[in-house]
Ligand binder design. Structure first.
Ligand code: KIV
Length: 267
């Protein structure tokens, strides 16, 4: 099992050394333990929590209190991975002071080691203030799900040369603002590769092709536990949802038939 604690500087060294970064989301202590045992480098308590765990239709209703609650749970199970908490809708971007206060709560009250902030160049003042306050920031550009209402849906971004130029500028501004890595979500692979080559900090792709320095996916997606429509970039590595359903159905049958508990499972 890997034991060396992953830090922001280690992630930047990994990019330099050409070592790819494996990241996943987690929302509870038990999953965080499994991800650490499996050697994942970065765990994101994503606001995807709202959709895959809490049953909201989008990430927009997720609150600071919900994010703090789940970040604390993940922190209890985390050992080696870099632990990043997602700033939910409206927690970042209103005023830099408010962004700093909310980012600080994740570190001070929940055990996060960094926060993720969605948005490009327009977030410069906020990111600089958070980094200055001592909280590392993971940037996030491309498809930013908190902008779903403005974007009119979850769509691939960066499809025109002008859009790629804007994203390149966003990535450079984020790097100058002090982010330690940047999530690139739902971009054509060539655009993501271009951005990856243009910055010194690692890029972590999700639906952005193989040219990024690392990859992140939602845990429930790779385990087949989220019944929503499967995005093209999602690869299912297990069908845990189906396995859970079968196990629970067998349990219910045995309880009804009276074959559970049997002698072996009784005192
Ligand atoms: O909320 C989330 O899980 C994310 C990802 C990058 C997967 O933002």
């Amino acid at each position: 099992m890997k034991t060396d604690k992953v830090t922001t500087t280690r992630l930047i060294e990994m990019k330099r050394a050409g070592e790819r970064i494996a990241a996943l989301t987690a929302y509870d202590c038990c999953s965080a333990r499994v991800l650490n045992e499996a050697g994942v480098d970065m765990i994101l308590v994503g606001d995807s929590l709202g959709m895959v765990v809490l049953g909201y239709p989008t990430t927009l209703p997720v609150t600071m209190e919900e994010m703090l609650h789940h970040t604390r749970a993940v922190a209890r199970g985390n050992t080696r991975a870099m632990l990043v908490a997602d700033m939910p809708f409206m927690a970042a971007g209103v005023t830099p002071g408010e962004t700093v206060r909310n980012a600080g709560r994740f570190v001070k009250e929940a055990g996060a080691e960094a926060v993720k902030i969605e948005g490009g160049a327009e977030m410069r003042d906020h990111i600089e203030a958070v980094v200055r306050a001592g909280v590392p920031v993971l940037g996030h550009i491309g498809l930013t799900p908190q902008d779903v209402l403005v974007l009119g849906g979850y769509k691939v971004q960066g499809k025109s040369p002008a859009a790629v130029r804007r994203l390149l500028n966003d990535a450079r501004v984020l790097e100058e603002s002090g982010v330690f890595a940047i999530v690139l979500e739902c971009l054509p692979a060539p655009a993501a590769s271009k951005i990856t080559r243009a910055v010194r900090v690692p890029t972590i792709g999700i639906g952005a092709g193989a040219g990024c320095d690392g990859q992140i996916l939602v845990l429930h997606d790779i385990l087949g536990m989220y019944p929503g429509r499967k995005a093209r970039f999602v690869k299912r590595y297990a069908e845990i949802g189906g396995a859970m359903r079968d196990a629970v159905a067998r349990y219910a049958i045995e309880v009804r038939k009276g074959t559970y508990p049997d002698k072996e499972h009784s005192y």
